[in-house]
Design a protein around this ligand. Sequence first.
Ligand SMILES: *Cc1c(COP(=O)(O)O)cnc(C)c1O
Length: 381
Amino acid sequence: MQFRDLKSQYQKLKNPIDKAIAEVLEDGNYISGKKVKILEEELASYVGAKHCITCANGTDALTLAMRALNISDGDGVFVPDFTFFATAETVALEGAVPVFVDIDPDTYNISPSSLEENICRVIKEGKVTPKAIVAVDLYGLPADYEKIKEIAEKHNLFIIEDGAQGFGGMINNRRACSFGDISTTSFFPAKPLGCYGDGGAVFTDNDDYAEIIRSLCVHGKGEDKYHNVRIGYNSRLDTLQAAVLCEKLKAFSKYEVSDVNKAADIYNKNLTDDVIKPLIPDGFYSSYAQYTIRLENEEERASLQNYLKENKIPSMVYYPVPMHKQTAFSEKCDYFEKTLINSEKACETVLSLPIGPYISESDQIFICKKINEFMKEKKHS
Ligand SMILES: *Cc1c(COP(=O)(O)O)cnc(C)c1O
């Protein structure tokens, strides 16, 4: 059993993907070929954003967003404490200070009340200037953008949506990667929409940001690539990856997102309430980058994970260490609170199970049976 079955997807889409790859090889435009432009138009239209700029990976996408918003030295950027390292790393790379915010214990996304508290605290302390919020769509579930927007407007802050895991998710039929002033995603193979290597994209409705980001991706180009108006990067999506993504996006929008939701329903129905299952608030739709359950405590999680391993069932802990406890940030620890209860608790108790649009129902039933067995035994011992 695989944690995320990428091979079955390739088997199913082999013909169109092989054909698309062969076309790129024949065409010979391996960088910035025509498939890149086609993909950007299709992604923008899928998401409902005016502009899509593809780039080398999801981390670069965040950096490009920070640069376009002029985030730099002396700025404070509010980031959820429970996320993948890149969310906060890219803030620090610009010389800004990541201020870690606690999460909502039920959705694992940034907590609006903790966000507001932290903004007020940072303003009061006066050490850094609050500039932006990076909200993460963790495990595929969009963050609470209605509340986040209210807070951002009140304090005049930008919103960056880190949609690396959220692509395909929705709030009331509005798609993820359209909620930020600038939104980003990743096409790392295991993300909801993955390519066969690294890839990423930035989305925005703002023409000025889009122009800056297009320039930054190609060494800060001006009128052409040999007239440079700013210091930029080499951050482009290969034509081969774009061709693969064009084919995968068709399957993604046609059935993969709904199939992964069906797989989540199978877990929801077959797992007993001895484990805490994902909560999807009313009006929200997850793309289930992960299906994550929560256990009582760290020991229980370790023994369940061990039991699953004995039964050849892979499982993962996303994430074992909260941002505020990462060694890399220990120097900046003046800026955030020493304990962030919900985030710390999540790190100790979450466990992600195998999921994806191609997982078999029989594998899922087997996984549920093993988990239920284990939990029942625990309760009686
Ligand atoms: C994967 C991920 C990223 C980084 O994407 P890469 O393409 O691996 O650089 C950023 N943020 C979150 C939340 C992620 O899950």
